[in-house]
Design a protein around this ligand. Structure first.
Ligand code: SF4
Ligand code: SF4
Length: 173
C-alpha cells in the first residue's frame, strides 16, 4: 500500500514537471515568435523610403504642398497695384476678427464717389488659417503664401498691414 502511494506521488511529480517544462518552452517559443514579428516590422520600416522632413536643416530645399497656408498676403503687381476694392467681405467672413479693413471715400476725376482701401490690417497671431477670407473675396485680392516661420518674441510683430505703402487698386479698363 505504501509502495503504491509512493508510485502515485512519483507519477504526479513527473506530470507536474512536464507541465512546467511545456509551459516554459511554450512561452519561450511564443516570445521568439513575437520578437520576430516585431523585428520584421522594424526592418520593413527601416528600409522604407523616408518621409520625415529634416527641418530646419532642409530649410533651403523644403518643398511645401501647393495649397499650404502660411501667411495671408495681398499680391501687388509691378506698378504697386492690388485687387482689393475694400468691400469688407473677407472681414465679415473671418470668425476670429483677424482682419480689419480701413477704407476711405475719394472723388474720382469724373467727380464720382469711390471707396478705396486705406489700410488692410491682419493679425497673424489670431489667424487660424481657415481660409474663409480668401474664399469670400470676389476679386482674388488675398491669398496664402508659404511663409510659415512665425515665431516672434513680441506678439505685436504679428500685426501686419497687407497693402503696400502708396499702393492702389488696379483700375478696370
Ligand atoms: S484664414 Fe480664417 S482666421 Fe485667418 S484671417 Fe482668414 S478667415 Fe480669419
Ligand atoms: S480682400 Fe477681397 S473681400 Fe477683402 S476687402 Fe478686399 S476685395 Fe473685399
Amino acid at each position: 500500500m505504501k509502495k503504491r502511494k509512493m508510485e502515485n506521488k512519483d507519477i504526479k511529480s513527473e506530470t507536474s514537471q512536464q507541465h512546467v517544462a511545456s509551459g516554459y518552452f511554450g512561452g519561450l517559443i511564443h516570445g521568439i515568435g513575437s520578437l520576430l514579428t516585431g523585428m520584421k516590422t522594424t526592418m520593413t520600416v527601416f528600409f522604407r523610403a523616408k518621409t520625415t522632413e529634416q527641418y530646419p536643416e532642409n530649410r533651403k530645399t523644403l518643398v511645401l504642398p501647393e495649397r499650404f497656408r502660411g501667411t495671408l498676403t495681398m499680391p501687388h503687381n509691378e506698378q504697386n497695384e492690388h485687387r482689393c476694392v475694400a468691400c469688407g467681405l473677407c472681414q465679415l467672413s473671418c470668425p476670429n476678427d483677424t482682419i480689419e479693413i480701413i477704407s476711405e471715400m475719394i472723388e474720382t476725376e469724373e467727380g464720382k464717389k469711390k471707396k478705396i482701401l486705406k489700410t488692410y490690417h491682419y493679425d497673424l497671431g489670431a489667424c487660424m488659417f481657415c481660409q474663409l477670407c480668401v474664399n469670400a473675396c470676389p476679386h482674388d485680392a488675398i491669398t496664402f503664401d508659404q511663409q510659415f516661420e512665425h515665431a516672434v518674441f513680441n506678439r505685436k510683430k504679428l500685426l501686419m498691414t497687407l497693402n503696400h505703402e502708396g499702393s492702389k487698386v488696379i483700375e478696370k479698363k
